[in-house]
Design a protein around this ligand. Structure first.
Ligand code: HEC
Length: 211
């Protein structure tokens, strides 16, 4: 057997097979972009917050309510608890009355149906907001992440950052929230991972890969 006879017959087809196989494989498995279904979000900014309703505010010391307003604006509560704000398009007149845009708390790139939470209505509407909450209930959320039914709130609500507040300041926030004009607005129920959310949502990182 000479090289001249054998080489073209056996190895030529093999050379063509390599790029052909790569092309077929990449067409089947394709390099997909996991972000293809996502849109970039204009980052939310700290929004101005509503002026208190004098009738409601009269239950508190005026300086306390003013301090609460300053803190709520500074701590950016309205950038989550306002409809549209998480997409950079806050609804006018709805500041602090809750968001229909959710926040995914599990990785939406790992599962098509992540868990989603909705920042609630912080105005004192009795049916849909904090009208039935005591000042202590609000302070428990801010300083300890304790929800009213004793459950721990997800750190998507940044109570882990707010727990360094002075208690007096946490009560000032509660006083201001209770002094707001009531807005009736019910946010959607939170969605557990695996169920499909019926609204748009943004993703805030909470988990990271171990490897
Ligand atoms: C990064 C977004 C974000 C910011 C900023 C934020 N919150 Fe929240 N907040 C949430 C989410 C999400 C929940 C629901 C968490 C859950 O269900 O576990 C929540 C829940 C709450 C609750 C419990 C009642 C309810 O409606 O669910 C209160 C009270 C509250 N937030 C007050 C505040 C106050 C006051 C501030 C500012 C000092 C603030 N939040 C800032 C996202 C946010």
């Amino acid at each position: 057997m000479t090289v001249g006879e054998d080489y073209p017959m056996k190895n030529y087809p093999a050379l063509w097979l390599i790029p052909a196989a790569i092309l077929i494989l990449s067409a089947c498995t394709g390099p997909t972009n996991p972000l293809a279904e996502y849109n970039p979000v204009t980052p939310p900014t700290a929004l101005t917050v509503p002026t208190p309703d004098p009738a409601r505010a009269s239950a508190y010391d005026a300086d306390t309510v003013e301090r609460g307003q300053y803190l709520v604006e500074l701590l950016g509560c309205a950038s989550c608890h306002t409809d549209g704000a998480l997409l950079g398009r806050p609804s006018e007149g709805a500041h602090l009355s809750g968001s229909n845009i959710g926040i995914a708390y599990t990785n939406p790139l790992a599962s098509a149906n992540p868990g989603v939470v909705y920042p609630g209505n912080l105005t004192p509407d009795k049916a849909t907001g904090l009208g039935d909450w005591s000042d202590d209930d609000i302070v428990a959320v801010l300083m300890r992440g304790e929800g009213r039914s004793g459950h721990r709130l997800l750190p998507v609500m940044p109570w882990t950052a707010y727990n360094r507040l002075h208690e007096k300041d946490a009560y000032a926030i509660a006083a201001y929230l209770h002094s707001l004009p009531a807005v009736k607005h019910e946010v959607p129920d939170n969605v557990t991972p695996g169920r499909k959310a019926g609204t748009p949502y943004v993703h805030v990182g909470l988990y990271y890969r171990k490897d």
